[in-house]
Design a binder for this molecule. Sequence first.
Ligand SMILES: [Zn+2]
Ligand SMILES: [Zn+2]
Length: 176
Amino acid sequence: MRITYACPACHATTSIDGIESLDSLECAACHAVLALPPDAFAGRGDDTGPPRLQRCLTCPSLELFVRKNFPQRLGVAIVVAGLAASCVAWANREMMITFGILFGTALLDVVLFLFMPNCLSCYRCGARYSGEGVANQHGDPAAGSHQFEAFDLETHEKHRQLVARTKQLHSDPTHP
Ligand SMILES: [Zn+2]
Ligand SMILES: [Zn+2]
């Protein structure tokens, strides 16, 4: 399983593989070490399959949501390339080719999205978890962290307010 997170100490983005066998995470930029909580994984060391992630490892949040592990930059790149190509076709008055390219790139985005594996993301700190044991990719609850669900706006709002309140507390110590 792989984690991608923003280091709480230096805010650099770090990716670490094989986190299910680690006891701590080390930032590649500033080498700050984060100890993993003892309840981080379920099924560690038994033979029920890959260990299942139970909570966020880099912040106190227990709530994660399932999302597609779709690299946003790739999606944008496909759309931009499609638009550029269709503009060229449009300039050459190739109507059919223009719409063919636009339709094709949209379809490519949809197909890519469907085949992308799931990953888990933390509501509070935005850490992302991908690989084996993160989410039930094939509808089999035993294969992943089935207690996590798709993005929920209410939960997101709860965490957003929590983070805002924590920030306020830190910036204004006279106001409890
Ligand atoms: Zn760091
Ligand atoms: Zn988190």
